[in-house]
Design a protein around this ligand. Structure first.
Ligand code: SF4
Ligand code: FES
Length: 284
């Protein structure tokens, strides 16, 4: 016999039975902040209704809107599986990869999802922002391996497990700019930025790189590692779970013994190729 029904904390339960959750929503409204810097007077917000399916991502929803509702909506995306870093945007107030967030997880109690361009970055149009300062800082960090003898090795580098663990994870960065957008110091003015400092840390700890001392001197100025205020916003938003702030702190610690790191790196080079002189290898 059905008798008493109670409603508590959003659940409907029949006394004596188990809690029954409210049925999941079948549609969501994407509320999108729009902008065109060539027509700044057209600043607006558009709303688009889409169906919710178990595996639909925010990016899939945006592609659907672009194909079926509003072909003027623009955004960046490429790989659709969290590898290229190009679909970063503001989703419910946080920088996120649109292809890695499920629509059903982002929709609020009223059925809305708020989408906008990355915060703190100049907008070009709709969800596309101008990442030139981000890429400039990245290039200036010299993210490539610096080898004094400018030739490709003829056999693999032999990196020890303990050396690998020092930079493991830092190499997972997909250059999505979420940390750049979240960092209050990059917003306030000139700063190398979390992604560039992460890359410097990666190369300083990588035994294949022959220029750790130079790199450490490069981030010791007023706009480098010591400008970080330790807010930790970068680590909290990184879609790859990289503790970016930890990398910045490790970089600061390395600066105090930059000379020793440089000497150790020089001594390490001959054994990186398995103790065999590289130029004795024959071409295959
Ligand atoms: S460190 Fe994380 S948040 Fe920053 S650019 Fe790389 S992947 Fe994106
Ligand atoms: S489309 Fe490549 S990371 Fe989202």
């Amino acid at each position: 016999m059905t008798n008493v029904v109670s409603h508590r904390n959003g659940f409907c339960s029949i006394l004596g039975g188990s809690p029954v959750s409210t049925p999941p929503r079948s549609t969501a409204t994407l509320v999108v902040r729009r902008f065109d810097r060539e027509r700044p007077h057209l600043l607006e917000q558009t709303e688009h209704s889409v169906s919710i399916t178990p595996n639909k991502t925010i990016l899939s929803a945006l592609l659907e809107i672009q194909a079926e509702q509003d072909s003027t909506l623009v955004f960046r995306a490429s790989c659709r599986h969290g590898a290229c870093g190009s679909c970063t945007m503001d989703i419910n107030g946080r920088p996120r990869l649109a292809c890695s967030r499920l629509l059903r997880d982002e929709v609020n109690a009223k059925g809305n999802v708020f989408i906008g361009p990355l915060a703190g970055v100049a907008v070009v149009r709709d969800l596309i922002v101008d990442l030139s300062p981000f890429w400039k800082a990245y290039r200036e960090s010299k993210p490539w391996l610096i080898r004094y003898e400018n030739r490709a090795p003829r056999r693999e580098f032999r990196v020890r497990p303990d050396e690998l663990s020092a930079f493991e994870g830092a190499d997972a960065c997909v250059l999505c700019a979420a940390c750049w957008s979240a960092c209050p110091v990059t917003r306030a003015g000139r700063f190398d930025g979390p992604h560039a400092l992460l890359k410097t840390h990666l190369r300083v700890t990588d035994p294949r790189d022959e220029s750790p001392g130079e790199r450490l001197r490069g981030v010791a100025d007023d706009f480098g590692a010591f400008r970080c205020h330790g807010v930790l916003a970068c680590a909290s938003v990184c879609p790859k779970g990289i503790d970016v702030s930890e990398a910045v702190f490790a970089l600061r610690a390395s600066m105090t013994h930059a000379k020793a790191i440089g000497e150790e790196r020089r001594e390490r080079q001959p054994s990186l190729l398995g103790n065999a002189p590289e130029n004795t290898e024959k071409e295959p």
